[in-house]
Design a protein around this ligand. Structure first.
Ligand SMILES: NC(=O)C1=CN([C@@H]2O[C@H](COP(=O)(O)OP(=O)(O)OC[C@H]3O[C@@H](n4cnc5c(N)ncnc54)[C@H](O)[C@@H]3O)[C@@H](O)[C@H]2O)[C@@H](O)CC1
Ligand SMILES: [K+]
Length: 504
């Protein structure tokens, strides 16, 4: 799914209105009735509900007024509260006139705000994508009042006070919604950790925005769901052989961290690789041969950490990092690998300690071969770039980093973001908090290594599929283990089923 900016959303509205020959209030009616149906599915008519709808002067307020009418006609006890303004949008005015006279509709006054019980349902329709500056005065007072009320707040399109595409000043007033319900496509603001306490859970409802306009619009950000991946992971051909799926080399493990190599190796095998060879220090030999008999062990001469790069000729892809340690001779191995990878046409996946080595030897970043795939979490990423002021800044750093080094970079988080050399970012939709557990990243590295070795997949598709399947495997595993009980090995067990769902 494309993620549109506020300006692009406005243009999509206009394109829809023009293409279908409808009035703008008819499009608003679609949005309002979709929201009302969604809300009424959650509110039972049997329990009396105090529903307060707070409306601003623009089309977000217009949506709120139309929702008030729908709920009233369905039998809910609704009260509307209007934010006074010099000017109201035309569609606000249309819906103000359409509101049945029995619905109580009151202008808000400073220092005399209505009492809202903690049991009440509040619809926040103060401001949406038209917010042009942080809230102040009465609007800010209303927002603080709603946040203090402890009522359940449902925000239409955006929690009021939150910008669509940029950070707002840290002290500004923003509604803390339990649910945010948008239209047609998700917004960037929904996906960032710093906005989680405002956005709450979110959902988007279809309202039939013009598909041709959306198709022809170039965007900076995409949201990756199952539909987005359709056609990217082909069925394994009947006459396929080990070569089709590639021979991967995994450089991983050091004394005390051979488990990371085991997890990555298992994930790689379950990710469908043709052949896997693992380079570990000698201390890993017995462990690996016992725990992962399907992999070949290519033991380093040193006992406790990897010191020598093997011949790269046999391999289609190499993964380096899980449990590797940061010894100087290991750093040399990484350095040689980077220098030789391009010549050997080797796809690279770089994780964990290999990223930390890059962080302390930043000059090595200039040697990254084209299309290398890096998988840092935010702290590791900042070691490669600079500290970010906020989540939006971090995404800009990601975009710049990938463009400068012609690489793919997976910034791990709740909505993991994939940066690409071409510029667009791709936000993943699978995964759960149970996956914040030791070894989860090693599993991702192994899976990505398998998909980068698969000769049928482009670097972009391999990365998108791997990130999505990793999260989905975690979701499938959590259904059995619960989130707290989930360990990295459980994710591995569900890689196969997660990938199977993506075959198309
Ligand atoms: N495709 C869509 O997404 C659709 C969107 N609609 C709704 O339309 C909304 C956008 O409507 P608008 O563009 O009218 O914008 P808003 O309703 O978000 O707000 C615009 C109004 O607020 C004022 N304003 C902006 N910042 C302010 C501030 N800090 N303090 C006080 N006043 C401020 C502006 O002067 C203007 O009057 C969306 O968020 C959505 O709810 C729907 O009606 C139709 C379909
Ligand atoms: K709102």
């Amino acid at each position: 799914m494309k993620i549109l900016s506020a300006d692009q959303t406005r243009a999509a509205d206009q394109a829809t209105i023009k293409a279908e020959g409808i009035r703008s209030d008819e499009l608003m009616e679609r949005a309002a009735s979709a929201f009302s149906d969604w809300l009424m599915d959650r509110l039972s008519l049997l329990t009396p509900h105090e529903v307060h709808i707070f409306c601003g002067p623009g089309n977000n307020g217009g949506d709120g007024l139309a929702v008030a009418r729908h709920l009233h006609l369905a039998g809910y006890a609704v009260q509307v509260w209007l934010l006074p303004a010099d000017k109201y949008s035309p569609d606000f005015t249309v819906n103000r006139q359409r509101l049945p006279t029995e619905v109580l509709c009151t202008h808000l006054k400073p220092k005399k705000l209505p009492s809202v019980s903690p049991k009440a349902t509040v619809v926040d329709a103060l401001f949406g994508t038209g917010l042009s500056r942080p809230l102040a005065g009465l609007a800010a007072e209303v927002v603080e009042h709603l946040n203090d009320s402890k009522a359940t707040i449902y925000a239409i399109d955006l929690p009021s006070g939150l910008f669509t595409d940029a950070p707002q000043p840290s002290e500004s007033a923003v509604v803390q919604a339990q649910y945010t319900v948008g239209f047609e496509l998700p917004k960037l603001a929904y996906l960032l950790p710093q906005n989680a306490r405002f956005v709450g859970e979110w959902e988007v409802l279809p309202i039939g925005l013009n598909t041709e306009f959306i198709h022809n619009t170039d965007v900076d950000n995409h949201f990756v769901n199952t539909a987005f991946l359709t056609g990217r992971y082909p069925k394994r051909p009947k006459f396929a052989h080990k070569g089709t799926f590639g021979h991967a080399l995994l450089l991983a493990g050091s004394y005390g961290k051979v488990g990371a190599a085991v997890l990555a190796a298992r994930a790689c095998l379950h990710g469908g690789v043709g052949l896997l060879t693992v380079r570990t220090p000698a201390v890993g030999y017995t462990i690996l041969q016992t725990a992962v008999p399907e992999a070949m062990a290519l033991t380093d001469p040193a006992t406790d950490f990897v010191t020598e790069l093997p011949d790269l000729k046999p391999y289609a892809a190499a993964g380096i990092g899980p449990g590797l340690g940061q010894e100087e001779s290991t750093a040399n191995v990484l350095c040689q690998l980077l220098r030789k990878a391009a010549e050997a046409s080797l796809a690279l996946v770089i994780d964990a300690d290999a990223l930390n080595i890059l962080g302390t030897h930043r000059e090595l970043l200039d040697d990254l071969p084209p299309n290398a795939l890096l998988t840092p979490h935010p702290k590791e990423f900042e070691r490669l770039t600079e500290p970010a002021h906020d989540d939006y800044h971090r995404l800009e750093l990601l975009r710049d980093f990938c463009a400068r080094h012609r690489c793919y970079c997976v910034l791990k988080g709740a909505y993991t973001a994939l940066g690409t050399p071409e510029g667009p970012l791709y936000f993943n939709s699978t995964g759960n908090p149970g996956m914040g557990t030791g070894g989860s990243g090693d599993v991702l590295t192994g899976l990505l290594l398998a998909l980068r070795a698969d000769q049928r997949l482009s670097p972009l598709d391999a990365a998108l599929l791997g990130i999505f399947a990793h999260g989905r495997a975690g979701d499938l595993a959590a259904q059995q283990t619960g989130e707290a009980g989930l360990i990295a090995g459980d994710i591995v067990r569900f890689i196969g089923p997660a990938l199977a769902e993506l075959v198309s």
